[in-house]
Design a protein around this ligand. Structure first.
Ligand SMILES: Nc1ncnc2c1ncn2[C@@H]1O[C@H](COP(=O)(O)OP(=O)(O)OP(=O)(O)O)[C@@H](O)[C@H]1O
Ligand SMILES: [Mg+2]
Length: 371
C-alpha cells in the first residue's frame, strides 16, 4: 500500500521508517512549504494545487499534523479512506470542541472558560482564581499561543501577546506529575493501550518521557484506559490517539488535551515496546492486526531540542538509541531524540543523567517517583 501522509515532519519520517518493513511506500503532502521528513516522496503544495496528484498516488491517507484545514481533509475523504477521520481532526484541533467532548463523556478536565476579549479574560481569571493559563483555541503546540496569568490585571498583556480572537482559560493545576496514555484502535474496533508515560516539560516543550512507571497503580492505568477508550469509540477512531493528563496526589486524572496522531510521548515505544506506536498506527489504518504494546524494559525518551549534543558519546551509552530528524539547529526546535533502556529505573536514571550532560540544552531530569 502507498500511504499518503498530510504533513511532512519528523512524525511522518518515523511513520515511514516503521512502514518500510511492512512493504509500504509513502507520499507526503506538505502544505507549509518547509517539509523536513527527508524520506519518501514529498509533494510541496503551499497553494493547494497538487491535491489530485497526491490522491492518484495513495491508497489510504493519514496525517502527522492536525492543524490542517478540515475542509481539505473532508475533500480527501471524498476520494480515499482517511484515518483518523475529519471528525477526529476537527475536534482535536480546537480546544473548545475538545473540552466539550471531555465534558460530554464525563472525563474530568481543569475548570475553564472560553473568552473573546481582554476584559472577559480578566473576569475569567478572577472567577477561576489565579494562576490561570490562557491558550489560543486553535493552532497551539509546544506551549505556543499560551500565557500564564498570576493576576487578573495581566489580562491585557496576555491577550495582546497571544493575539487570537478566542482563548480558553484554565485553572492552573497543581499536579504531582504529567502523564499520557497512548492507545490504538483498529478498523474493526479492537483497542490496545500502551503503558502510561510520565512526561517532563520545560517552557511548554516535552523534554523527557519515561515508561513504564514503577509506582503507577493498576487502577490509574485502568482509569486512563477507560477515558481514552471512550474517546476512541465516540469518534469511531482508527489509528493512534494520545491523551495528555495531569495526575493529582490522590491518583485522580484531569485531561489536558489530546492529539489525533502518533505523539512525542510515545517515541519511547520505538525501542522500548514490543511494537512501536508508528508501526501500530500503520497496522491500524491498513486494517491489519495490532501488535503487542508490552514494554520490554524501563525506557526513557530524551528529546534533543535546539542544539545537538555529542552524538558519538551518546551512542556509547549501552542501550541508547539515537533518532535524528535531519533538521537544522534552531532554538526550541525538536531535532532528535534518544531512547535509553535499562534493567532498572535506578540504572535508567543514571544513563539519562549521562545523556543530559552530553546535550547542551537539556534540563535536569526530574521524575516524580523515588527510586
Ligand atoms: N491548566 C494547566 N495547569 C498547569 N500546567 C499546564 C496547564 N495547561 C498547560 N500546562 C503546562 O503547559 C504544557 C503545554 O500545554 P498544552 O499541552 O496545553 O499545550 P500545547 O502547546 O498544545 O502542547 P503540545 O506540545 O503538547 O501540543 C503542559 O504540558 C503543562 O506542562
Ligand atoms: Mg500538550
Amino acid at each position: 500500500m502507498n500511504i499518503g501522509v498530510l504533513g511532512a515532519g519528523q512524525l511522518g519520517r518515523m511513520l515511514a521508517l516503521a512502514g518500510y518493513p511492512l512493504g509500504n511506500r509513502f507520499t507526503f503532502l506538505d502544505t507549509t512549504g518547509s517539509p523536513s521528513a527527508g524520506i519518501g516522496e514529498v509533494i510541496v503544495d503551499p497553494h493547494n494545487e497538487h491535491l489530485a496528484t497526491f490522491l492518484e498516488k495513495v491508497d489510504v491517507v493519514t496525517y502527522e499534523f492536525e492543524h490542517l484545514p478540515v475542509e481539505l481533509v473532508r475533500e480527501i475523504e471524498q476520494h480515499k479512506p482517511v484515518y483518523p477521520s475529519s471528525k477526529a481532526i476537527a475536534v482535536c484541533q480546537n480546544r473548545v470542541e475538545e473540552k466539550a467532548l471531555f465534558d460530554r463523556l464525563a472525563i474530568p478536565t481543569p475548570a475553564y472558560r472560553v473568552v473573546e476579549s481582554a476584559e472577559a479574560l480578566a473576569q475569567a481569571a478572577e472567577e477561576l482564581g489565579c494562576p490561570v493559563v490562557a491558550k489560543s483555541v486553535t493552532e497551539g503546540y509546544d506551549g505556543k499561543g499560551q500565557a500564564v496569568l498570576t493576576s487578573a490585571d495581566q489580562a491585557g498583556d496576555a491577550w495582546a501577546s497571544i493575539g487570537h480572537s478566542q482563548l480558553i482559560v484554565e485553572a492552573f493545576v497543581d499536579f504531582v506529575r504529567e502523564v499520557s496514555i497512548i492507545a490504538v484502535r483498529g478498523r474493526d474496533g479492537e483497542v490496545v493501550f500502551y503503558p502510561m508515560a510520565e512526561n517532563q516539560h520545560e517552557g511548554g516543550i516535552l523534554r523527557y518521557s519515561v515508561a513504564p512507571l514503577p509506582d503507577l497503580d493498576d487502577s490509574v492505568q485502568a482509569l486512563a484506559d477507560g477515558y481514552i477508550r471512550q474517546l476512541l469509540d465516540e469518534l469511531d477512531y482508527v489509528g493512534v490517539l494520545a491523551l495528555e493528563l495531569f495526575q493529582a496526589k490522590d491518583g485522580s486524572l484531569l485531561a489536558n488535551e489530546m492529539a489525533p496522531r502518533v505523539h512525542n510521548s510515545g517515541h519511547w515505544t520505538m525501542d522500548g515496546a514490543a511494537t512501536s506506536q508508528f508501526e501500530n498506527h500503520l497496522r491500524a489504518i491498513q486494517g491489519l492486526p495490532l501488535g503487542s504494546t508490552e514494554a520490554m524494559a524501563p525506557t526513557c525518551m530524551v528529546n534533543v531540542i535546539g542544539r545537538e549534543g555529542d552524538n558519538a558519546a551518546l551512542l556509547a551509552i549501552p542501550h541508547a538509541h539515537l533518532h535524528r530528524y535531519d533538521k537544522g539547529e534552531r532554538a526550541g526546535r525538536k531535532l532528535a531524540h534518544i531512547n535509553v533502556l535499562a534493567d532498572s529505573h535506578a540504572e535508567l536514571l543514571e544513563k539519562v543523567r549521562r545523556c543530559q550532560t552530553l546535550l547542551p540544552e537539556a534540563p535536569s531530569v526530574k521524575w516524580s517517583f523515588t527510586l
